[in-house]
Design a protein around this ligand. Structure first.
Ligand SMILES: O=C(O)[C@H]1O[C@H](OP(=O)(O)OP(=O)(O)OC[C@H]2O[C@@H](n3ccc(=O)[nH]c3=O)[C@H](O)[C@@H]2O)[C@H](O)[C@@H](O)[C@@H]1O
Length: 384
């Protein structure tokens, strides 16, 4: 009996020991799992504050007067930045307003409707380059070519030409304007070239004689080279000045002229003579199809009042009630045709056009100036 009771007590004590051991293990494992959860899932700050589980570093002591100084500095620097930003915004606004005004002026000047142009199929439509196309004669030629339905590329350095002369074509799909000095090479594709770029009136060409010679020599070489490269026909606009101070009146085409190679007008006279020589040399040697038109005194719309040639001088002197200086112009008036840009009236003298006029017959009404260039271009003359 005693043995049995001792056995029961022993068993009970072993069981209670295991129960106690398991209980301790259970309590310990629960505490650990709480810690793991707190790391894995960060609590909201308010929750953290409410629990006494985490410790936070003590809050720094705030020195109130120092804080006030700091906030004042921040406020003043903020004010500076705001002022700066406001100033920049105002400047930008002013600039935008200025640009808007300029755009409005430009829009007012660009016609909403283009002059009527003929429609040409791609087989008939040509790409035509006009150098000096923003000038007086050149711009009228551009008008005709555009009206005929061709694609026109104007190249001009605006030495005497004006954008205003061709602005009625701005935005037209057949029209392109390139600001370029032909003394430098130009690479464009063209079927035909009208080479008119050159200062044309005495005050203009005498202003920079070297540049005048360069334009007529280097510029002409560049255009003839381009014509050769792309296989384009080319017309060189020459001048009655190639006759210099002529001894023969009126001048037939067979007359070679009387030019002073070192005189004040030589840069233009000789420049154009070299341009003609170049044209015929390229024709002979390089088989370039060339035309040369010697243009005489022209006048008409878009001519500059300050042009300095005979007609504009007459008109300006008359308008200002000044004495008309006939002496200077006597030779011009006696010996050379005065040509209106729309109705070229010319004597039997000169111009490669004279031959064309003869071909057209005396009864034909005189063609317009740019038309005469066109006729010279298409009919041309047999090369000497
Ligand atoms: O009557 C003539 O003998 C002259 O007629 C026209 O000259 P014109 O239209 O009267 O003169 P401008 O109005 O001054 O036109 C010349 C154009 O060539 C331009 N140019 C001038 C110089 C230059 O280096 N590059 C250039 O593109 C000018 O800016 C201007 O648009 C031709 O353009 C000249 O080549 C020709 O010698």
């Amino acid at each position: 009996m005693i043995r049995l009771s001792l056995k029961v007590i022993k068993t009970l004590s072993i069981v209670s020991f295991w129960i106690l051991f398991l209980f301790i293990v259970f309590v310990l494992s629960k505490g650990k799992s709480h810690e793991g959860k707190a790391v894995a899932k960060p609590l909201h700050q308010s929750q953290v504050l409410n629990t006494d589980v985490r410790e936070f570093p003590p809050e720094p002591k705030i020195d109130l007067p120092l804080l006030k100084v700091q906030s004042n500095i921040m406020e003043s620097s903020n004010n500076d930045i705001t002022q700066e930003l406001l100033r920049e915004v105002k400047e930008a606004k002013d600039k935008i307003e200025k640009l808007q005004k300029q755009i409005a002026i430009l829009e007012g000047r660009v016609p909403q409707k283009f002059p009527e142009v003929k429609y040409l199929g791609y087989k008939d439509r040509k790409r035509i380059l006009v150098t000096g196309g923003a000038g007086f004669v050149g711009s009228h030629l551009v008008d005709i070519l555009m009206t005929q339905g061709h694609e026109v590329i104007v190249v001009d350095n605006f030495f005497t030409g004006r954008k205003r002369n061709v602005e009625h074509w701005f935005g037209h799909r057949n029209f392109e304007l390139i600001h370029h000095d032909i003394v430098n090479p130009l690479y464009v594709e063209a079927d035909e070239i009208y080479h008119l770029a050159s200062p044309a009136s005495p005050p203009h060409y005498m202003e920079n004689p070297v540049k005048t010679i360069k334009t007529n020599t280097l510029g002409t070489i560049n255009m003839l080279g381009l014509a050769r490269r792309v296989g384009a026909k080319i017309l060189i606009a020459s001048t009655s000045e190639v006759y210099g101070d002529p001894m023969v009146h009126p001048q037939p085409e067979s007359y070679w002229g009387h030019v002073n190679p070192i005189g004040p007008r030589a840069c233009y006279d000789e420049g154009k003579r070299v341009a003609e020589t170049l044209a015929y040399s390229y024709a002979k040697q390089e088989k370039v199809s060339v035309r040369v038109a010697r243009i005489f005194n022209t006048y008409g719309p878009r001519m500059l009042a300050s042009d300095g040639r005979v007609v504009s001088n007459f008109v300006m002197q008359a308008l200002q009630n000044l004495t008309i200086t006939v002496k200077t112009f006597l030779v011009d008036l006696l010996g050379r045709p005065i040509v209106y840009t729309w109705w070229w009236k010319h004597s039997t003298a000169a111009l490669p056009g004279a031959a064309i006029m003869r071909r057209l017959g005396p009864s034909s009404s005189p063609p317009t100036a740019p038309n005469l260039l066109l006729v010279a271009f298409y009919d041309g003359q047999e090369l000497p």
